[in-house]
Design a protein around this ligand. Structure first.
Ligand code: GUN
Length: 285
């Protein structure tokens, strides 16, 4: 039976570290840390995420600046706002909540954010920095996954790591981070053949495919570390991950639950990135 990785607990530790560092910065250097969060339209899930981000800012002692824009905001208006935020010294990090309404080109907006304030690490410059292993911030979800793996004291070096999903936000950067820790990494996706066989080779299995309970216990190697990035609803409307927890926990050595696993980490890593951004902008790191 697997040990459950408590994402809430690890996330609380990260936030505590960020809060202590933020208080020290304020006392010793008179610096304040600020995050701007931009939301366009009325997507209810985005609203919840943005509220959680604001709440986390309060918890760690950041200033938060919220810009809630109308659904009909034009791309030009949004780009103008990004330009203002890029030049605003109170703002160390800029987060434009995705998805954006269909008439706005997300890539154009991401590309307009100053890489130094891009705390999501979505800008091509930051993506490139991750590729060459010389980065300031990591995308929040893969960074949270790494911290959860670290919390199990698993040494990644030489391990078979399988990442299921190839998104720009999770799968691709996740694979790079595991590679940088000397894992032997395989990326699988919806077109992969022999998925079960590959999964069964995984010492570390990270699943981010967006399909409810897709990975079942018979696809998990005995003793594997299983990290579930998914957030879905099952047939009864209950929150569930991409992994069938009940059958997988019988095989894994460590496993994340949904909810309470990767989810809480994403926001605490965003706080950590914002703190890093503020230090870099002040020339401290
Ligand atoms: N929408 C869902 N997840 C995220 C995220 O991590 N960052 C942003 N900007 N939008 C999101």
């Amino acid at each position: 039976m697997a040990q459950i990785i408590n994402g809430k607990e690890v996330s609380a530790t990260v936030k505590r570290e960020v809060a202590e560092d933020t208080a020290r910065l304020r006392e010793e250097k008179g610096l304040k840390v600020g995050l701007a969060v931009v939301i366009v339209g009325n997507n209810p899930a985005s609203r919840v995420y943005v509220n959680n981000k604001k709440k986390a800012c309060e918890e760690v002692g950041f200033q938060s600046f919220e810009y809630a824009l109308d659904e009909n905001t034009t791309q030009e208006q949004l780009l103008d706002l990004v330009d203002v935020l890029n030049r605003d010294d109170r703002v160390n990090g800029i987060l434009v909540q995705l998805p954006l309404p269909k008439h706005i080109d997300e890539t154009a907006v991401i590309n307009a954010i100053s890489p130094e304030k891009d705390v999501d690490a979505f800008h091509p410059v930051n993506v490139g920095r991750i590729m060459i292993g010389n980065y300031s911030f990591l995308p929040c979800t893969p960074a949270g996954v790494m911290r959860l793996i670290e919390s199990t004291c698993t040494d990644i070096t030489g391990k078979q790591c399988v990442v299921i999903g190839r998104s720009n936000i999770v799968g691709k950067p996740q694979a790079m981070l595991l590679l940088q820790k000397n894992g032997t990494v395989t990326i699988c996706h919806s077109k992969t053949k022999n998925l079960k066989e590959i999964c069964l080779s995984a010492d570390i299995l990270v699943v981010a495919i967006g399909r409810a309970k897709f990975i079942t216990g018979d696809m998990v190697k005995e003793g594997a570390v299983v990290i579930d990035v998914g957030m879905n609803r099952d047939e009864n409307g209950k929150l569930c991950g991409d992994v069938d927890f009940e059958s997988a926990e019988k095989k894994a050595s460590y496993i994340t639950p949904v909810p309470g696993g990767v989810g809480p980490m994403t926001i605490s890593m965003l706080m950590k990135n914002t703190l890093t951004a503020s230090k870099q902008q002040a020339g401290i790191e």
